[in-house]
Ligand binder design. Structure first.
Ligand code: PBG
Ligand code: ZN
Length: 325
């Protein structure tokens, strides 16, 4: 008789399990999101995201340094400006909050990779990711022009990577061509290529003060019920010149990460979003789950699905676990 297959042979002790393990979370996988706000000496807690704060510039430099010292290679910055207007002027000013933070962080920690989120929603009075016209319709092409100006101002300040999160059509092309014309051929574009209209962003909108005043984001972000259009979105951004793609949210969309991984060879980033973080923290505060082990299991699911990197509010927690291995 054919010998019985014994799958458990390779699980019988921890050394063998470690040798056959396909995926792991390493420091080089981690990107820490940070919120920078105006004013001095601020550290404002976000109630729906325990452990996450809005920092003023001098404090964000300290936080970035802490991340770098823990071995985290990159941060992604979101700005909370002092004033908002119809056109989001403060988004591309060299005195803007993100631009100031980028300069200070680069100056203090030149080897830390700085990614900046490029969008309009935090800077406009409408709170949408593109311009809203008199009829309440999002204007695609004029928004792309403005987004390109924002991206340029970020790389001029010293950002290594710009990450457009708006979901306007064609914005990667607008950004790539403006960066190239202005001499920033080597600046990297990490596009939020596949971004769903998700309720998992709830806590983030408190953190970044960027909830839309009217309506919702369903006319530009993707329908959670769809998967085929994710491939089309990814394909377009690659054609337009994106170097890295973000898929967002991560946990409820692991099938999408896997599909994109099987279709394209470009490096992929999963965004473990605010609602995913909030759920884990809340359950662990109640003592219902073990935070550290559920965190590692959650993040490794994203690697297993095919992502190379993970943007996560738990990056510091994960780095501590890795450093203690
Ligand atoms: C804004 C932006 C959002 C997130 C990142 N950039 C919110 C949104 O699009 O509604 C979500 C991040 C998170 O939930 O952690 N363009
Ligand atoms: Zn936005």
């Amino acid at each position: 008789m054919f010998p019985m297959q014994r799958m458990r042979r390779l699980r019988k002790n921890s050394s063998i399990r470690a040798m056959v393990r396909q995926n792991s979370i390493e420091l080089n996988d981690l990107i820490l999101p940070l919120f920078v706000t105006y004013g001095k000496n601020k550290m404002i807690p976000i109630s729906s995201m325990p452990g996450v704060y809005q920092y003023s510039v001098e404090n964000i430099v300290k936080k970035a340094e802490e991340a770098y010292n823990a071995g985290i290679p990159a941060i992604i910055l979101f700005g909370i400006p002092e004033t908002k207007d119809k056109k989001g002027t403060m988004a591309f000013s060299q005195n803007g909050i993100v631009q100031k933070a980028v300069k200070e962080i680069k100056n203090k920690i030149p080897s830390l990779i700085i990614i900046t989120d490029v969008c309009l929603c935090g800077y406009t009075t409408d709170g949408h990711c593109g311009f809203v016209n008199e009829k309440g319709i999002i204007e695609n092409d004029s928004s792309c022009e403005q987004l390109a100006k924002i991206a340029l101002s970020h790389v001029q300040a010293g950002a290594d990577i710009v990450a457009p999160s708006d979901m306007m059509d064609g914005r990667v092309k607008y950004i790539r061509s403006l960066l190239d014309t202005e001499g920033f051929q080597d600046s990297i574009i990490m596009s939020y290529a596949v971004k769903y209209a998700s309720s998992y962003y709830g806590p983030f909108r408190e953190a970044a003060d960027c909830a839309p005043k009217k309506g919702n984001r369903k006319t530009y972000q993707m329908d959670p019920a769809n998967s085929r259009e994710a491939i089309r979105e990814a394909e377009l951004d690659i054609k337009e010149g994106a170097d890295l793609l973000i898929i967002k949210p991560a946990l409820a969309y692991l099938d999408i990460i896997c599909k994109i991984r099987n279709t394209f060879n470009i490096p992929l980033v999963s965004y473990n979003v605010s609602g995913e973080y909030a759920m884990l923290k809340a359950a662990s505060e109640k003592g219902w789950i073990d935070y550290s082990s559920v965190l590692e299991e959650t993040l490794v699911s994203m690697k297993r699905a095919g992502s190379d990197m993970i943007i996560t509010y738990s990056a510091m927690d994960m780095a501590r676990l890795i450093n203690g291995r």
